[in-house]
Design a protein around this ligand. Structure first.
Ligand code: NAD
Length: 640
């Protein structure tokens, strides 16, 4: 490698700049900052960095948000991927604007040599830096990468379009450009003089606020040199939907490139040494009583054989102020050793990282085989505590005190425990029975109306898919949601319907699939909304799509679909897919469903109010992509 006066003397550029200080608004609700979000198991920034290294870059400059040490720590963890002769420098983003442009402006005089510049969130099928060939010594020209496969990459997430004049000039650039024939791909090459000229140009124009505006304006004085991306797919991972697309693309590529094992004998060809079978009966009690939380001392909540063991009460900070302190005080006043563990409220607490943190804490604080983990809270706390109980010491006791409608009727009664994985909901989990579930409907009166509606969606699901009596009950009711007698009845009816179903099919493979109604599209839109939509709100949208699908396929009639739509709307549930979630993204998102096997999606469908479609023990319907697409497309508009 040779440089003289900052001019490239050969074809290789050895400096690379990665802009990793942007905010990534749509991905903010994911568990980590954008550069560290994993796609196909690899943090985004490591992917870009590896591509630069592959292309001979050895001097890496990474612009990070102020005070951020996470990127540095993650790259240290992957030191084996970074050659010894590589130097990494970190520049703190000084510009207030938390955007790619802000990151760029923060570079200042940190770079002098010719360099590649890339956003941190790009996923390419082939190495994009290898496309920069030929003469790049042009003193003040900026080279930018463009993808000409506009149709193939219409879902790439790339927002800036371009009109290229052959391969030589950029006629126009912009987000709203008509007649574009390329997409700008977020990778650039700056010669040293080009960087200095471009920076001065930008500094003299404070009205420029985005990188796109800067490039577009600069192009009118110093033509940008277009470099064509010589690959097919690429993704700008800025939204949950491009995250899904990039993930699915890389996964399917991996499957296609793995060699099929042929001619290998089946395991069944081996003579059996022994066949093991094991049948354990599951028993647990569910108690429903209004006001029981206020009178816990009147009941033997923790069995006497567990009296001397250390127990743990897991509660979120919202619930602690309302009920946690009280429950803790009552249990300790009875002589039990109860350690209260406070966690943050919200879906993010149900993560693998928090699970591990709490597991270690509980082990350090004290645990034995007779210890009990008590959950006091919504579905998040119950799922987390239940999973901890099922794994610590290979299983200790658990007692759930659910405090949301959703948790009282659904989450605490199911045997499913778990936490979310980086790629989606509930990816780490177990089936595990608690010792008991204590349900106090009065606590629902402090719950925000939005969460009441959210929980009610899962109860309506039971009415639609399981019970005409429950449906009639909802039809007759005309009062407010926050009404104790109404809520008591909803909770009791819902639990009474649920218990016999899980007794028959606890792992939800046949009649238990009634609990998955609306969850196929529900899980997809929940994820695609960046978890802005609640679980029950998403399931309501999912039920809308499933009802549309059932009538498209002739599984049910129009009246069955309309009855569901009317009921959900009566209780204030929005059953339209938000307009910023695209049909294609929902269809793609279905692949993340655990029920999706290679080929087409399978749906649980309601045949008529109160019963699911099924053929003997088969409770799911395989649905063509075309039918699903149509049902999704119909679900943006309001009904009636
Ligand atoms: N295991 C299962 O079978 C199952 C079934 C359905 C849902 N889930 C899971 O449940 C979770 C959602 O549960 P959720 O809707 O209960 O949400 P949640 O646990 O996040 O609770 C919602 C909010 O309400 C607050 N809150 C809870 N009880 C309250 C009360 N009585 N008064 C005032 N505020 C209160 C909480 O602090 C939280 O901010 C999701 O993760 C979902 O996947 C699991």
């Amino acid at each position: 490698m040779r440089f003289s006066d900052g001019i490239v003397n050969d074809m290789v550029t050895s400096t690379g700049v990665i802009l990793a200080g942007g905010e990534g608004k749509r991905l903010r609700r994911f568990e980590t900052i954008k550069p560290l979000i994993k796609v196909d198991g690899e943090p985004l920034i490591l992917r870009v960095l590896s591509r630069m290294i592959e292309h001979g870059v050895r001097d890496l400059v990474i612009v990070v948000s102020e005070g951020d040490r996470l990127v540095q720590r993650t790259l240290l963890e992957h030191a084996d991927r970074i050659p010894a002769d590589c130097r990494i420098r970190y520049v703190q983003q000084s510009e207030k604007k938390n955007s790619m442009f802000g990151s760029f402006l923060s570079l200042g005089k940190e770079v002098t040599a010719p360099f590649f510049l890339s956003a941190c969130d790009l996923v390419f099928e082939r190495n994009p830096f290898a496309c920069f060939t030929g003469d790049m010594q042009d003193t003040e020209g900026v080279s930018a990468l463009f993808c000409a496969d506009v149709e193939v990459n219409r879902h790439s997430g790339g927002k800036v379009k371009a009109l290229l004049d052959g391969q030589t000039a950029v006629q126009a650039l912009g987000k709203t450009l008509k007649d574009a024939n390329a997409i700008e791909a977020g990778v650039y090459h700056f010669s040293a003089p080009a960087y200095s000229a471009f920076s001065s140009f930008v500094a003299a124009r404070p009205e420029i606020t985005t990188f796109e505006e800067a490039l577009s304006a600069y192009n009118t004085v110093r033509p940008i040199k277009p470099v064509l991306y010589a690959g097919t797919h690429w993704f700008d991972v800025n939204t949950p939907s491009t995250l899904i697309r990039a993930e699915m693309f890389l996964r399917s590529n991996r499957v296609e490139s793995s060699t099929a094992v042929t001619g290998t004998p089946r395991l069944s060809a081996l003579k059996k040494t022994v066949t093991f079978s094991y049948d354990k009966k599951i028993t647990f009690d569910v108690h429903v009583k209004s006001g029981i939380i206020e009178h816990l001392e009147d009941y033997l909540i923790i069995p006497s054989e567990n009296y001397y063991s250390p127990h743990h009460l897991i509660v979120d900070k919202n619930i602690d102020a309302l009920y946690g302190e009280k429950v803790h005080a009552k249990l300790t006043s009875l002589g039990y050793h109860v350690n209260k563990i406070l966690v943050d409220p919200g879906e993010w607490t149900k993560s693998a990282a928090i699970y591990l943190q709490l597991a270690n804490k509980i082990l350090n604080d004290g645990l034995d085989k007779k210890s009990i983990l008590i959950s006091l809270g919504g579905g998040v706390i119950k799922d987390l505590a239940g999973f901890l109980a099922s794994t610590l010491y290979r299983g200790v006791g658990s007692i759930h005190m659910p405090t949301t409608l959703l948790a009282q009727c659904d989450a605490a009664i199911a045997l499913k425990q778990g936490v979310n994985g980086e790629g989606g909901k509930n990816l780490l989990g177990s089936y595990y029975a608690p010792l008991s579930v204590i349900v106090d409907p009065t606590v629902l009166l402090t719950l925000d109306e939005r969460y009441l509606r959210d929980g009610l969606s899962e109860c309506l699901k039971q009415a639609f898919a399981q019970s005409t009596e429950f449906y009639d009950f909802f039809s007759r009711y005309d009062g407010p949601l926050k009404n104790l007698p109404f809520l008591e009845e909803v909770v009791s009816r819902s639990i009474a319907l649920k218990i016999p179903t899980i007794e028959k099919d606890f792992d939800e493979e046949r009649e238990g699939l009634v609990y998955q109604y609306g969850h196929e599209v529900g899980h997809a839109v929940e994820f695609l909304s960046g978890y802005e939509l609640g679980h029950g709100e998403s399931v309501a949208i999912g039920m809308r799509v499933s009802a549309e699908l059932a009538r498209i396929l002739g599984v049910s009639d129009d009246a069955t679909a309309t009855a569901q739509f009317r009921m959900m709307k009566k209780f204030g549930l929005d059953i339209c897919i938000p307009s910023d979630i695209a049909v294609d993204d929902v269809v793609e998102g279905l692949r993340f469903n655990k029920k999706f096997h290679s080929g087409e999606a399978r749906f649980v469908l309601v045949k008529e109010i109160g019963s699911l479609w099924h053929d003997r023990s088969m409770y799911t319907v395989q649905c063509s992509d075309k039918a699903v697409r149509e049902a999704v497309a119909r679900s943006y508009a309001d009904t009636e």
